[in-house]
Design a protein around this ligand. Structure first.
Ligand code: ACO
Length: 330
């Protein structure tokens, strides 16, 4: 049966692999770049890289455990697990969500699925969680964005490898006393799939310096087109979201935007007339972690978001996809 109760984020958590790689690493491996170029063009100074024995599901479990520790809902109350990822443990199956269920030791019946919407994945997954709970198909959901993008980039390609990092963020979603989700706006434009995609690549190099197998699928990106399209879809989506909710941008307390490029975030802030200070920013320390980016930033900022604050989450990425969510923090 559909519920009339408010639905919101109950608790959040995040996980970063221990290894932290600074911009000077790229010079040390012989790339024609500089720490100053990387920081000035992207805002990134460091990113975290998973060790060989850490799978995407391990990062996801670390984030989930923190979310359970931070809130009143225990893992055996969870009805479903959604993992948003572009870097699942396995191509094909089983889903990363099933592996998270197993690693969390959950033996009760839990619905588990992965979704693929690139950097919009976590916000797409949150809207799905909302729909399931609203329609009565579960009371509590564990929603995770987790990535090991370091395994999807060619570490000899200076145009991409400088941007991405590994990590995970998680949210427990369920019924709340007041506030919670107010509105959603999301969409996609498959005609722009070519500006950011994964293509068979020869002579690609792993983080370790070893070669990948020939023809492995690696990230390719038309950086300038992604830059322009990203700003356009985020501004359009936020404008529609606020208009449909009849909320003025002055009422927004925090914006958690996908951390793809500091200059994209600054441009969005300017075009939306929202002070940059209201944007949560951690790209300088963690780089672009795709589907993990928004929940990771949200969890890191949790201590400074007060109950009742109005929060926007907004993602964009390959597809091209976009997704924005308006909510009152609980
Ligand atoms: N170091 C030094 N020079 C470089 C590097 C590097 N790491 N990478 C590229 N260059 C060179 C280029 O080859 C080019 O040289 P040329 O003029 O001789 O051809 C020059 O720098 C300028 O390149 P641009 O691509 O025009 O540089 P730009 O200022 O656009 O910055 C960047 C590149 C950082 C990639 C930017 O375009 C960007 O951030 N785009 C959006 C990226 C993004 O958001 N990606 C992810 C979105 S969705 C998702 O996360 C999956």
């Amino acid at each position: 049966m559909p519920t009339n109760k408010c639905i919101g984020v109950i608790s959040v958590g995040h996980f970063l692999p221990h290894m932290c790689v600074a911009n000077d690493h790229f010079v040390s491996i012989g790339l024609d770049t500089s720490p100053e170029w990387i920081e000035s063009r992207s805002g990134i100074r460091t990113r975290h890289i998973a060790s060989d024995n850490q799978a995407t599901s391990d990062l996801a479990v670390g984030a989930a455990e923190m979310a359970f520790k931070n809130g009143p809902i225990s893992s055996n109350q969870i009805d479903f697990i959604i993992v948003a990822t572009a870097t699942p443990d396995h191509i094909g199956f089983p889903s990363t969500a099933c592996l998270v269920q197993q690693k969390l030791g959950l033996t009760h019946s839990v619905e588990c699925l992965d979704i693929s919407a690139a950097c919009s994945g976590f916000t797409y997954a949150l809207s799905l969680a909302y729909s399931k709970i609203h329609s009565g198909m579960g009371q509590y959901g564990l929603v995770i964005g987790a990535e090991t993008l370091s395994r999807l980039v060619d570490w000899s390609d200076r145009r991409t490898c400088i941007l991405f990092g590994d990590g995970a963020g998680a949210a427990i979603v369920g019924t709340v006393d007041s506030g919670g989700f107010i509105g959603f706006n999301q969409g996609a434009d498959g005609n722009c799939s070519h500006i950011l995609n994964c293509l068979p690549t020869e002579n690609a190099v792993q983080f370790s310096g070893k070669p990948y197998p020939p023809g492995v699928s690696m990230i390719h990106m038309d950086g300038q087109s992604v830059f322009k399209k990203g700003i356009q879809v985020v501004v359009d989506s936020l404008t529609q979201l606020l208009s449909e909710a009849n909320i003025n941008s002055n009422s927004i307390d925090h914006v958690v935007c996908h951390q793809a490029n500091q200059r994209i975030i600054s441009s969005v802030a300017k075009q939306m007339g929202i002070p940059l200070e209201k944007f949560v920013i951690n790209i300088d320390r963690v780089g672009n972690t795709s589907a993990a980016s928004i929940p990771l930033a949200l969890s890191e900022a949790n201590a400074r978001i007060n109950p009742g604050d109005t929060v926007i989450l907004v993602g964009f990425g390959s597809g091209f996809t976009w997704s924005s969510i308006l909510l009152k923090w609980n």
